[in-house]
Design a protein around this ligand. Structure first.
Ligand code: BEZ
Ligand code: FE
Length: 287
């Protein structure tokens, strides 16, 4: 096309892509181009602003590594990851929330009721519940939960040389009644990495980098879509201002103060070692 204008460029792009074999790729790319073109026109993007944006992406690439994706972090703080999670969530299933960069595959296996506290400092928590079929409400036995969280200092084991390898991480299968349970410590709020271009963006917009404390869960069971989500204590100071927009109403729980381990309705192997008062959390996941 010789005389492309700002009114015809989107159609020209779609025409260029007409031989795309994958229909989904064709659709997504066409719509992406349409929105990008519209965006640049709407805000009357200047050359300087466009260059600033390109430089931000360049710096994101430079600071990224297999252990750190600044691009995912951009997606997180822009709210894009949360929108993708919310588009993928729906109905009676537990909603998705951030995977984050701190998950490690192959965490140790614990029996239901197992202990993650170890020698950890901080408040103790007894966390228990069930994994249920979202449609029928029936328990799902043998579902695999992959669980990870920070210590009381707000750091994951792979950020903190003072923690033993694999600290505050485990995998666990639900029992015949679809139940799971574990003892742990209360996680703490923490900041997302802000020493790169994402941090610059946060500062330029007067935003803080804090996430409210949370427990990460990845749940898999045969015949079900995997669920990656997070559970947030309600009384966290950042519960209404998560830097990456991960909090959803149904993922927020009360940590109930408890003094009697016998009142926890799931047998925990470390019940007698729970430091009182501890907190009790019950949560049923629907997959
Ligand atoms: C996390 O929850 O681990 C996380 C999520 C998004 C960005 C950084 C950390
Ligand atoms: Fe996290």
């Amino acid at each position: 096309m010789r005389s492309v204008t700002k009114d015809t460029i989107t159609d020209a792009f779609v025409n260029y892509c007409r031989k795309t074999k994958d229909p989904r790729l064709k659709f997504v790319l066409s719509r992406l181009a349409a929105h990008l073109h519209e965006f640049a026109k709407e805000v009357e993007l200047t050359h300087e602003e466009w260059l600033q944006g390109m430089d931000l992406l360049y710096r994101a690439g430079r600071i990224s590594s297999p252990e750190r994706s600044e691009f995912i972090l951009f997606s997180d703080v822009l709210g894009l990851s949360a929108v993708v999670d919310m588009v993928g969530s729906g109905g009676k299933r537990t909603e998705y929330s951030n995977l984050g960069p701190f998950h490690i595959a192959d965490a140790k296996w614990l029996e239901p009721g197992g202990d993650m506290i170890g020698t950890g400092d901080g408040d103790h928590v007894a966390f228990y519940g069930r994994v249920l079929d979202a449609r029928s409400g029936a328990p799902v036995p043998g579902a695999v939960l992959d669980i990870w969280q920070t210590a009381a200092n707000g750091l994951y084991s792979n950020q903190d040389p003072a923690q033993p390898e694999g600290n505050l991480r485990c995998r666990m299968k639900t029992d015949a009644g679809g139940r799971y349970g574990f003892t742990t410590v209360r996680p703490a709020p923490y900041t997302v990495p802000d020493d790169g271009p994402v941090g610059d963006l946060l500062r330029a917009t007067g935003r803080h980098p804090w996430r409210p404390a949370h427990f990460h869960f990845m749940i898999k069971a045969e015949g079900y879509r995997p669920l990656t989500t997070e559970i947030f204590p309600a009384d966290d100071p950042y519960i209404d201002q998560d830097a990456v927009f991960g909090v959803r109403h149904r993922l927020v729980v009360d940590l109930v103060p408890e003094t009697n381990p016998a009142r926890v309705p799931f047998k925990m192997t470390a019940a007698s070692r729970l430091k009182t008062p501890f907190f009790r959390v019950e949560y049923d996941f629907r997959i």
